[in-house]
Design a protein around this ligand. Sequence first.
Ligand SMILES: C[S@@+](CC[C@H](N)C(=O)[O-])C[C@H]1O[C@@H](n2cnc3c(N)ncnc32)[C@H](O)[C@@H]1O
Length: 264
Amino acid sequence: MSIEAVPMGPHPRSDVLVAGARTGALFRRGRFGQGSFRQGGFFGQGYFGQGGSEPYARNLSRGLGRLTLRPESELQESIGPVHFNTIGWSGPATAGERELLRTLRGPVLDVGCGPGRMLAAARELGLASMGIDSSPAAVKLVAERGGAAILGSIFDSVPHERGWGSALLLDGNIGIGGNIRVLLERVASLLAPEGQVLAEAEPADLLDVAYSAVLEDSDGRASAAFPWARAGAKALAFHAERAGLDAVATRTVQGRVFLTLERR
Ligand SMILES: C[S@@+](CC[C@H](N)C(=O)[O-])C[C@H]1O[C@@H](n2cnc3c(N)ncnc32)[C@H](O)[C@@H]1O
């Protein structure tokens, strides 16, 4: 497995689509950036896949099933759906993910760890690790698999603040809270002085959206709405810069794009 590392260049200006479900409005902005709304403040509270018919907890308990992340409002159709396969999260880490883990310093904090495949892989590699997740079903599965995870939000207090060698934001987790800059500022504040964030971007370089989302299973069971965001590599690097982090490398592994972020 080879990993291609590319130094980041300057980010170009680009359009960004900011969608507000509360107002049913779509706003275009002339450059990257999601305005000044704070964690949960603009789109409301709520956690990924929770509430409503609890599709995330249901799928996790079965270890399989398709989940679709889509905008809450039909007026936001221009923001396409994202399809997840629960088996990918419930199964073991891929060869590419293990290769990435080998490049990281411990201890590793997996933010939004789900059922904990990265924590299991970190343990196998001898890296100290802990997950944090807002889903009780996910944290229960981590514990059943012998991993360590705390139930809570990354925006609440986290043990070992300023002591984490690395933090992971994988599988779309840069979207947690619906404001990428705010999330990155929070994660950066948890790192040790030489710490790094490994953050996964979407393949579409210039994508940059923040919106009120719902998660739905293949039987149409939907969660309550929650704030979410998505970004490609260029937009993510821009948000990172505003959060006081430099994107020092991008790596493309098995078609997935990962940025390494370091405190300036
Ligand atoms: C897109 S899923 C990623 C799944 C996960 N990385 C895995 O390997 O299964 C997002 C995850 O982030 C968690 N999450 C959402 N908001 C969170 C928050 N504020 N703090 C911690 N975890 C959160 C969700 O419960 C969910 O497990």
